[in-house]
Design a protein around this ligand. Structure first.
Ligand code: GLC
Length: 740
């Protein structure tokens, strides 16, 4: 016995190099073994240290064991510039300017999962190169109101479209050894009172509308972390919510990653210990809101937690589970020795930003073929509007970026038509002239103290003798527009833009309105404008992508990821409520009275009103014709499938992409169901005259609704219809089938 002890003692005394490498450092070992080995070596204090922040965007590693600290950074559209250790202020580094990719509404508008994979891989390379272990995105909250300040960071109104688009993004990012942090889980559908809104929905609404994208990201995307939202659900903050975190996420979905709180989303040590959050960030505990020294020690999961354990009032059971999840996140990222090295500001990333932008732009109206601009005939272009020049990669809150470059719409148009047409510019209106957001200085001085009348007169003058006029306006990233922590006040365009557009329509019939926004806007002038383009926040290559579509280098193929209502009161969140909700003490209760009838699910049921532009809508520079849809088998067995086929032909004179949409309708159900629900889509590229057969396979899950009483998905036998469409309002054909 003595001999064995002596041998062990000698072995332990040897330097690591001479010894067999400890399991947690041996990347040939399975992660679970490494997690257990590391856990077993950590002291109680080290365990407490790794489950909360140590700075604005990092949490501690275990120095003694050589486990690095964990670095997170925003955001969904690009990697945020460095801030000071414990402040939101810019750190002023000179090597952290990034590529800004298009906003996620644009990615969703491509309806092309290949673009989502390209996006995720590219932004993941930028995060990896910047040595970030966790990218705080993507956001997948459902678009319930066009006033929500953060819709531009999300994928629109439909859970199926959002699910199909978020999975490849997650896979792309994580292929770099960088974790996504899918946010904001859950029910964070507007920004007003975001810290104390208690959302009231029943289980069917929760499971059919607001959870699917998170579930897909976890179960199909294998997301390594999830960010819990600020708001409450069932009266409990999402960051310490037993239902969302323990029962659903970690229970039903078997999520094995880490739950990271939104910054300041934790409010109570006991609740945080017992329910679900694994990594606490950004807490303003006990008024330490200005990053007072050692604020991090006062976090709910810091010394207060340690104290409860040392007093024997809680065990380390929950602690060990949290630490296991944080360690697993580390072994997938910071401790991952096989990850690639990433890249930043590469030509490939600019190309990706350009391509995603080009594929996401939506052509809403094009009468008399004003578009594409024919550079044989058009020799003078008047560009009007602040959004033609205003930098948009800054602002909007935590997704604000410091870019290496941003091509504005005006610059992109000038570059594309140089030598072919003269371009004149007029401001048209003054919106948000500030040149600094979150400490990032744009260098632009947009101040202009002319009156609206003077600005309109100048714009009309420029428009009068132009061959075509481009009004480039919309929203921007300032507070009260498309911006975190605030919502818009109404559906209308701000800054008197409607007046400018009306005046331009009078002055020149070849008017094209380009709306840059992450939300639907009202268009009272629509009948008097021949062409309208829904442009998004396209990032570093904004002007290049837009110009390519406007002159026809690229045939637009974007489709709306959310409904454009004609009026705000046509939106159920505003017609039925609730939006700002009813206050009781310090909680604002917001009941989603429309239930599952969000977006087109609502619009389809209306008899008297119809959307300005429907979900899934978008025009092309060519035309497509659909054949009659057929099914291979008219009866679906319980565990079988039904194959739907439809032929699509390009009947125009130039190549184009069509998004063939498949909706399912439950002809007779035992409870209210939407008229139809999106259950498939395919984007097909067709040369002029080319025809392709598009094939969809439907299984029972596509027919099911969530039965809250039985707490499971149910597909009721009986008649269904497969509906092939080019948008939620443009049905190309239906074919019946039956679930036996
Ligand atoms: C913000 C946002 C969240 C962001 C985090 C860090 O409050 O809600 O999306 O990732 O804090 O900036």
């Amino acid at each position: 016995m003595k001999k064995i002890l002596f041998t062990l003692a000698m072995a332990a005394a040897l330097p690591l190099s001479a010894q067999q490498k400890p399991v947690y450092l041996d990347d040939s070992k399975p992660i679970e073994e490494r997690v257990e080995d590391a856990l077993g070596r950590m002291t109680l204090r080290e365990k407490i240290d790794v489950i909360h922040a140590q700075s604005k965007f990092s949490s501690a590693g275990v120095r003694r064991l050589g486990i690095p600290e964990l670095w997170t950074d925003d955001g969904p559209h690009g990697v945020r510039p460095e801030v000071l250790w414990d402040e939101w202020d810019q750190a002023g580094w000179t090597n952290d300017s990034c590529v800004a990719f298009p906003a996620l509404t644009c990615l969703s508008a491509t309806w092309n999962p290949d673009m989502a994979l390209l996006y995720g891989r590219s932004i993941g390379e930028e995060a990896r190169y910047r040595e970030k272990d966790v990218l705080l995105g993507p956001g997948v909250n459902i678009y319930r109101t066009p006033l929500n300040g953060r819709n531009f960071e999300y994928f629109g109104e439909d859970p199926y479209l959002t699910s199909r688009m978020v999975v490849p993004y997650v896979q792309g990012v994580q292929s770099n050894g960088v974790a996504v942090c899918v946010k904001h889980y859950a029910l964070n559908n507007h920004e007003v009172n975001r810290h104390n809104t208690n959302v009231i929905v029943d289980d069917r609404v929760l499971y059919e509308i607001y959870l699917p994208a998170f579930k897909a990201a976890v179960q199909e995307g294998k997301a390594w972390s999830i960010m819990s939202a600020y708001n409450l659900y069932e009266g409990k903050h999402c960051g310490q919510n037993p239902r969302l975190l323990d029962e659903i996420l970690k229970g039903e979905w078997s999520f094995d990653g880490a739950v990271i709180s939104d910054w300041g989303g934790i409010h109570d040590t006991g609740q945080a210990i017992a329910h679900g959050v694994d990594l606490e960030f950004g807490s303003w505990t006990d008024g330490l809101s200005n990053g007072a020294a050692n604020a991090y020690d006062n976090y709910y999961l810091a010394l207060p937690y340690l104290k409860l354990i040392q007093e024997g009032r809680v065990t380390t059971r929950e602690l060990d589970d949290k630490v296991r999840r944080v360690l697993r996140l580390m072994f997938r990222t910071s401790m991952n020795t096989r990850k690639p090295f990433g890249s930043m500001c590469s030509p490939e990333h600019y190309a990706a930003a350009r391509q995603i932008g080009e594929e996401g732009i939506v052509l809403l109206k094009n009468e008399g073929d004003v578009l594409p601009i024919n550079l044989e005939a058009v020799k003078k272009i008047a560009v009007v509007g602040e959004n033609a020049v205003k930098m948009m990669t800054v602002g909007g809150g935590s997704s604000s970026l410091k870019v290496q470059r941003e091509i504005s719409p005006l610059e992109g148009i000038r570059r594309r038509v140089s030598g072919r047409a003269e371009v004149v510019y007029a401001r048209g209106y003054v919106g948000d002239a500030s040149g600094e957001y979150n400490g990032v200085v744009t260098g632009q001085d947009l101040r202009d103290d002319r009156t609206p009348e003077e600005l309109i007169a100048e714009a009309v003058e420029a428009a009068r003798d132009a061959d075509c006029v481009l009004f480039i306006g919309g929203l921007n990233k300032s507070a009260g527009q498309d911006c975190e922590d605030s919502d818009r006040a109404g559906l209308e365009l701000p800054y008197g833009q409607d007046r400018v557009i009306e005046a331009l329509a009078q002055a020149n019939k070849n008017l094209i309105v380009v709306n840059i926004s992450g939300n639907a806007v009202a268009m009272p002038w629509l009948d008097r404008v021949p062409a309208v383009v829904q442009d998004w926040y396209l990032g570093s290559e904004a002007g290049t992508s837009l110009a390519a579509v406007l002159v026809g280098d690229v045939n637009p193929s974007g489709r709306l990821p959310f409904t454009f209502p004609a009026r705000l009161e046509d939106v159920p969140a505003h017609q039925l409520g609730e939006y700002t909700g009813t206050r009781t003490q310090d909680t604002v209760n917001v009941r989603y009275n429309e239930g599952i009838f969000v977006g087109y699910r609502w619009a389809d049921k209306q008899k008297k009103t119809k959307p300005l532009f429907p979900f899934g809508y978008g025009l092309s520079y060519t035309t497509f014709e659909y054949g009659k849809p057929t099914v291979d088998n008219a009866v679906m067995t319980a565990d079988g499938s039904v194959t739907v086929r439809v032929r699509v032909k390009n009947t125009g004179s130039r190549e184009g992409q069509e998004v063939v949409q498949l909706y399912v309708s439950d002809v007779k159900a035992s409870l209210p169901r939407p008229v139809k629900e999106l259950k498939g889509f395919q984007k097909v590229r067709l040369a002029p005259g080319e025809e392709k057969e598009v094939v969809f396979t439907l299984r029972k899950d596509a027919l099911s609704f969530f039965d809250a009483d039985q707490h499971r998905w149910v597909a009721e036998p009986g008649k269904f219809e497969a509906i092939v469409a080019a948008s939620a309002a443009d049905i190309k054909g239906k074919v019946a089938f039956e679930l036996e």
